[in-house]
Design a protein around this ligand. Structure first.
Ligand SMILES: Cc1cc2nc3c(=O)[nH]c(=O)nc-3n(C[C@H](O)[C@H](O)[C@H](O)COP(=O)(O)OP(=O)(O)OC[C@H]3O[C@@H](n4cnc5c(N)ncnc54)[C@H](O)[C@@H]3O)c2cc1C
Length: 330
């Protein structure tokens, strides 16, 4: 639940920003539907804990010939999909590139203070009369009888993230974790910065995200496939902090290294990756007493669950409405 910090709940650990990466696809890219809503919240709803940030994404000269570097090439084309979505998208001139960087793009993004945003979302539900209950289900069909009315629900929406790997009735073996480790610091660079690679291996990355409303600044990171370890690795923590300062020197006072960081905590979150990408799909399953139950799945958002959230939710709502119409007809 919002307010909990648990390894089985990825959302609190995210930066979270709207950034470059392969855009989630399911028909229309989900990000296309999501950006306008995040932009509206950042503009009109300060209580949601989302603010606009200038975001700079660098390609290191060392990455020119690797997969990430080649992928970056697409960002330098004027008609690329991010340039169409994100305001103030531009290619930085060479004169503004730090040493060791070959190219960079800059754009307006948002950074979400997840510690404020997740409880705010729960409050939005309460405001419109949603009854929230806490519980663990071992089989997806149990969710239908968990409904507060005491009657089975007409439809179940399954948003259990990585847990759909083991959840009875779902057991989606294409899910796997990508472990992300972060340091949350009090320093406020007032910008989002990231780069294509690191000297510490392809599983590690460097990003700096300054959250809204005193939420601290998130330094990352890594993406370790099939790694379930919930405790931060202290050596990785040092590498993350050093790299963040190299990439974004304004994080710390001049002349300072990691001793210039004021650390709130080091933490780990598991991204709910799925081999085939996100699953937003309707399915009819059978309860233990052989009753049909409509389930709409919405899980497997990997490292892009915030930036695809409203697009994904819209699709899931459409599927629920279709299911209810089918039920009304039969
Ligand atoms: C370090 C890190 C950085 C990230 N940065 C970004 C970013 O900058 N931008 C971005 O867009 N995304 C980012 N992500 C990805 C994003 O956080 C996830 O895609 C997203 O949070 C997934 O949300 P979810 O609701 O699907 O899953 P979760 O947040 O994991 O929620 C699953 C929920 O299901 C519940 N649940 C599970 N099993 C059961 C059960 N059996 N019974 C009852 N309840 C159950 C859990 O308790 C939990 O509440 C990042 C992730 C990490 C780890």
């Amino acid at each position: 639940m919002p307010g909990d910090y648990d390894i089985g709940y990825a959302s609190p650990w995210a930066g979270a920003d709207f950034s470059m990466g392969p855009i989630t696809t399911k028909g229309k890219p989900l990000e296309l539907e999501t950006w306008p809503e995040l932009e509206r919240l950042a503009r009109d709803k300060p209580e949601a804990g989302i603010h606009f940030q200038e975001s700079i994404y660098y390609r290191r000269t060392k990455d020119l010939d690797n997969e990430k570097g080649r992928w970056f090439e697409g960002l330098l084309k004027e008609d690329n999909q991010f340039a169409k979505i994100l305001p103030n998208y531009r290619i930085l001139p060479e004169s503004q590139l730090p040493a060791d960087m070959d190219a960079a793009v800059s754009f307006t993004s948002v950074c979400i203070n997840t510690a404020l945003y997740l409880p705010w979302l729960a409050s939005q539900c309460l405001k419109v009369g949603v009854i929230i209950r806490r519980g663990i289900v071992s089989h997806i069909s149990e969710a239908a009888i968990f409904h507060h009315s005491g009657r089975p629900a007409d439809a179940v929406v399954n948003c259990t993230g990585l847990s759909s790997l083991k959840l009875g009735g779902v057991e989606d073996r294409t899910l796997y974790p990508a472990r992300g480790q972060i340091a949350l610091v009090r320093n406020e660079p007032g910008v989002i910065v990231s780069s294509t690679g690191t000297d510490d291996g392809p599983d590690e990355s460097t990003y700096v995200m300054d959250r809204a409303a005193g939420g601290g600044c998130v330094l990352g990171g890594c993406s370790l496939r099939d790694t379930w370890e919930s405790q931060p690795d202290p050596n990785l923590a040092i590498r993350i902090m050093k790299r963040a300062i190299e990439l974004c020197p304004s994080l710390v006072p001049p002349g300072k290294g990691i001793e210039g960081l004021s650390v709130i905590h080091h933490a780990v979150g598991l991204r709910p990756m799925r081999a085939g990408g996100v699953r937003i799909e309707k399915e009819s399953i059978r309860s233990s007493d052989d009753e049909p139950i409509t389930v709409v799945h919405n899980y497997g958002h990997g490292g892009a669950g915030y930036q695809s959230s409203y697009g994904a939710a819209k699709l899931a709502v459409t599927l629920v409405e279709e299911a209810l119409q089918d039920q009304a007809r039969s």
